[in-house]
Structures are given as structure tokens and as C-alpha cells.
Design a protein around this ligand. Structure first.
Ligand code: PLP
Length: 391
């Protein structure tokens, strides 16, 4: 064998069965082979375990799928390349021409885009309500057969809380599937509710360090099987190295989430007491209009704190620029704190009525609180609020 051939057939290093690595290796391989074509066929027919091609399945991804399914409390999980891919892939897999979908003004921007533009291209109609409009939700579900309702809680950016039991009860009664983007609340929340499909952007709390993207679709095994069939043919696969990094992030998920929640409560209490802050939105604050509902539904309240700064757009932007520990950047759930000033928050396409229902004002600022020391964070917020009002 020449070296040219040899480097394409490197020596195999076999780890003995009784000599396991503590951290699972990254199976950075697109292809897996069986020695016997008959065994390959048996695998393809679903008659034996194994792996063949990583767009369909991969051991590194499977470990993460099993981990996430377990902590969300469902039978199976399907990983994809981003949080947005979970939304597009799930809705495309579950809807067909002529179906009707219920979504919300408070839904994540790309979710609204997928419902209003992408699904619409394939003849799927929709209703767009406020997540707080409980009577409207019942009215829509009763009036037109609805294939699915897609929702979030807490919502982005002003942390409204969906009444999950109300939604799932009326959806179940009318034969409508429930799809919940559970990214903000995390895998350890909402599993006890009768939600059919949970979606997560793994880019946030799961990876936790702002260095990798991914998404998880979690449901019972039969529903995941159905979704997997369509999604594998669309091809939004997660890379094994990304899955490895997210699996590593999950080791500290609970520690990070707990610390971020404690910091978020400290920050929201500080903002609530500040003279230049008109209103604070954090479900863990007793003053949040849906605090009781959040307490009933959630074990903790997340790391996203929004508030309405005195003045408006200019003050909000000056405040964000004056911060030293918070970077002006999208996303949430990182170890470091982040800020989105009013100028960069979504909802620009809303009608006046939709904007009023969204509660996004001219001075709305969204913070994603990290694991830093809470006293450093509040000191930074204090100096930036002072700086925003120096003329
Ligand atoms: C609630 C929610 N869902 C989904 C996503 C999309 O996730 P990704 O950025 O991984 O595509 C985001 C991103 O900000 C989000 O906030």
C-alpha cells in the first residue's frame, strides 16, 4: 500500500469494551459501514440498530437527543441546525394545504414570518391573536378546524405568560395540536402540561456559551417519527461537533439557569426601585401582572428582564451604549449579560393595535442576564441609567 492509499485508510484504534471514555467521543463521521450488505439492508428496513448516514442519525446526536427528551419529559427528540429550523421544519412537517394555524402577536418574529409568509405560500391560513386573548383563542378554535397552535411562554421581549392549560384544553377539545417554543423557559419547565411538541433553540441555554447553534424538536416517539421522516428529507442536520459542544453545555445547564434566574430577580428588583424606570417585566416579580400564573406553571422565571425606560428611544439607546458589562447583541441564555435597545427590538411591522397589544413601547429595553456577580450587574445598570439622562 502506498502512503497515498494508506492515509485514506488509516489504522483503526479499537477501545476495548471494558475501557470506556468518560466523555463520549465525537462521531465526526458522515458515513457508517456494516461488513455485510445484508446487514446494511436489515438496518435500512429498521430490523436492527446501527447508523449509516449522519443526515439521518449519528451517535453523538443521539446521546443529546436522549438527554433532552428525558429532561423535557417526552419520549423522543430530533435535533436540527438551529432554533428557527425547529419551527420551520415542524410546521412544514405537520401542516398541509388548506390547514389553519393559530399564532400570536407576541410570537418570536421568525415564527410569525413562517406562519404568515412561508406556510401561506403552501395554502395554509392563519389567525393572529394576542396570547392574552383567551376568549379569542376559544372563538377561533371553535369557529374553524385548526391544525395546530404555536406559542411561547414567557414571550419575547416583554415576558407575557401564556395560560398553557387553557390553550391545551381547548386545543385538545377541538382536535388541534399544540406546539410550544419552550426556549425561554427551558427543558425543566412545562413538561407536565399536555403540550404535543416542544421546540428549543439550543443556541441559548443548552449550549450556554454563545459559541454554537442548534435546535431540538421534542415530542412523543410516534410524533417524532412522523416529523423525522419529512425533516430528514429537508436536511437541516446538526453537525456532530456542535452536538458535542451542546452536550457539554448541558452539564452545567441547571447551575447556569439557577444562577441566571437569581441574578435576573436581583436585577429586576433593582430596576423596579429606580426612578428612571417606568415599568419592569419579569415574571418572578410580584408586580408582574401574571406572576401568579407564572408561579403556578414554572419552577423558576428565566433570565430575560425587560423594562420601559423613562423618555423613550433616545434614552433607551443611550442607556444601552453606556453599559459596560452588557453587549448590544441578539439572543439570550449566555453566561455573559446582553442588551437589546429599543431601536433593535422587533414589531416594526405591527399595526397600531397589534403594537399596543404587544406592550413593546418606544423605551422598551431587553436584558438577558448572565452568571456574573449580581452586584456588578446592578452597579453597571445604575451608571448606565445615570449616563442616559445626562444632557
Ligand atoms: C424564542 C426563540 N425561539 C427560537 C429562536 C431561534 O433560535 P436560533 O437563533 O437558534 O435559530 C430564538 C432566537 O432568538 C428565540 O428567542
Amino acid at each position: 500500500m502506498t502512503n497515498n492509499t494508506f492515509v485514506n485508510h488509516p489504522p483503526e484504534v479499537v477501545v476495548p469494551d471494558d475501557n470506556r471514555p468518560l466523555v463520549a467521543p465525537i462521531y465526526q463521521s458522515v458515513k457508517f459501514s456494516f461488513d455485510d450488505p445484508a446487514e446494511t439492508l436489515r438496518f435500512l428496513r429498521g430490523e436492527r440498530a446501527g447508523f449509516f448516514y449522519s443526515r439521518t442519525s449519528n451517535p453523538t446526536l443521539r446521546q443529546l437527543e436522549l438527554t433532552l427528551a428525558q429532561i423535557q419529559g417526552r419520549g423522543d427528540c430530533l435535533l436540527v441546525g438551529s432554533g428557527v429550523a425547529t419551527i420551520a421544519a415542524t410546521l412544514l412537517a405537520l401542516c398541509k394545504q388548506g390547514d389553519h394555524v393559530l399564532a400570536f402577536i407576541e410570537s418570536y418574529g421568525p415564527t410569525r414570518y413562517i406562519v404568515q409568509h412561508l406556510l401561506a405560500k403552501y395554502g395554509v391560513t392563519h389567525s393572529l391573536l394576542s396570547i392574552e386573548d383567551l376568549a379569542g383563542i376559544e372563538r377561533v378554535l371553535d369557529a374553524s378546524p385548526t391544525r395546530l397552535v404555536v406559542f411561547e411562554s414567557p414571550t419575547n421581549p416583554v415576558t407575557k405568560i401564556a395560560d398553557i392549560e387553557h390553550l391545551t384544553t381547548h386545543a385538545r377539545r377541538t382536535g388541534c395540536l399544540t406546539v410550544m417554543d419552550n426556549t425561554f423557559a427551558g427543558f425543566h419547565n412545562h413538561g407536565a402540561y399536555d403540550v404535543d411538541v416542544f421546540l428549543h433553540s439550543l443556541t441559548k441555554y443548552a449550549s450556554g456559551h454563545g459559541d454554537v447553534m442548534g435546535g431540538a424538536i421534542i415530542a412523543d416517539a410516534a410524533l417524532i417519527d412522523r416529523i423525522r421522516k419529512d425533516v430528514v428529507s429537508m436536511g437541516p442536520t446538526l453537525d456532530p461537533h456542535a452536538a458535542f459542544l451542546i452536550q457539554r453545555g448541558m452539564r452545567t445547564y441547571f447551575l447556569r439557569y439557577e444562577r441566571e434566574c437569581a441574578n435576573a430577580l436581583a436585577v429586576s428588583r433593582f430596576l423596579h426601585s429606580h426612578a428612571r424606570v417606568k415599568r419592569v417585566f419579569y415574571p418572578g416579580l410580584e408586580t408582574h401582572p401574571q406572576h401568579a400564573l407564572a408561579k403556578r406553571q414554572m419552577k423558576d422565571f428565566g433570565s430575560v428582564v425587560s423594562f420601559e425606560v423613562d423618555g423613550g428611544l433616545e434614552e433607551g439607546n443611550r442607556f444601552a451604549q453606556a453599559l459596560r458589562l452588557f453587549s448590544i447583541t441578539p439572543s439570550v441564555g449566555s453566561t455573559e449579560s446582553l442588551v437589546m435597545p429599543p431601536q433593535l427590538l422587533g414589531g416594526q411591522e405591527f399595526t397600531a393595535a397589534q403594537r399596543a397589544a404587544s406592550l413593546i413601547g418606544r423605551g422598551t429595553v431587553r436584558l438577558s442576564i448572565g452568571i456574573e456577580d449580581a452586584t456588578d450587574l446592578t452597579a453597571d445598570l445604575a451608571q448606565a441609567l445615570d449616563a442616559a439622562f445626562v444632557t
